[in-house]
Design a protein around this ligand. Structure first.
Ligand code: FES
Length: 175
């Protein structure tokens, strides 16, 4: 084999190697361009594991989803009995096993302030609106109950931003 042939083979293999590396690099680049940014994923979906959230019955906790406060309250037996007395359907709340929860967007349905929990209900400091533990407006100008966010349920884990039958039933129960 001549030196000239060896040189041509070497150059050919070098070009092939460079092309292969370039091809892989551009595929990686394209995948990165198509994939949603981690910040977008984080903003779109939020998971809450109710079993690990250390909720105390009767004391709501506030989570955050897409920049909005999400109130989650594990209801006490008394609060459930009160909701039954008011005639609220079972679907008004999220029921998992023997537990009942209120899961709502914590924004006042009057003009958008964020109400605070005051022991037995949420009170809105802006114009005095009040919401009971089920998230239903009971006093003042709010025209509607708190809004239920879209979420799905798997075991004890809620995925906010992903509409499931439970949140749909809750939304329908408040319509
Ligand atoms: Fe809450 Fe007006 S914004 S009562």
């Amino acid at each position: 084999m001549s030196n000239e042939t060896n040189r041509r083979d070497f150059l050919g293999m070098s070009f092939a190697a460079v092309a292969a590396v370039g091809g892989v690099a551009s595929l990686v680049g394209m995948k990165q361009a198509w994939d949603p940014l981690p910040s977008v994923l984080a903003a779109g979906f939020t998971t809450i594991d109710l079993a690990k959230a250390e909720l105390k019955p009767g004391e709501p906790k506030t989570f955050k989803w897409r920049g909005k406060p999400i109130f989650v309250l594990e209801m006490t037996k008394e609060q459930i009995a009160e909701a039954d007395k008011e005639g609220l359907p079972k679907e008004y709340h999220l029921n998992i096993g023997d537990k009942t929860y209120t899961v709502v967007i914590g924004i006042c349905t009057h003009l958008g302030c964020i109400p605070a929990w005051k022991g037995v209900k949420w009170k809105c400091a802006c114009h005095g609106g009040e919401f009971n533990p089920s998230g239903k407006q009971v006093f003042g100008p709010p025209p509607k109950p708190f809004v239920v966010p879209p979420f799905s349920v798997e075991g004890s884990v809620l995925t906010l931003g992903n509409t499931g039958p439970q949140s749909k039933a809750m939304i329908d129960a408040r319509a």
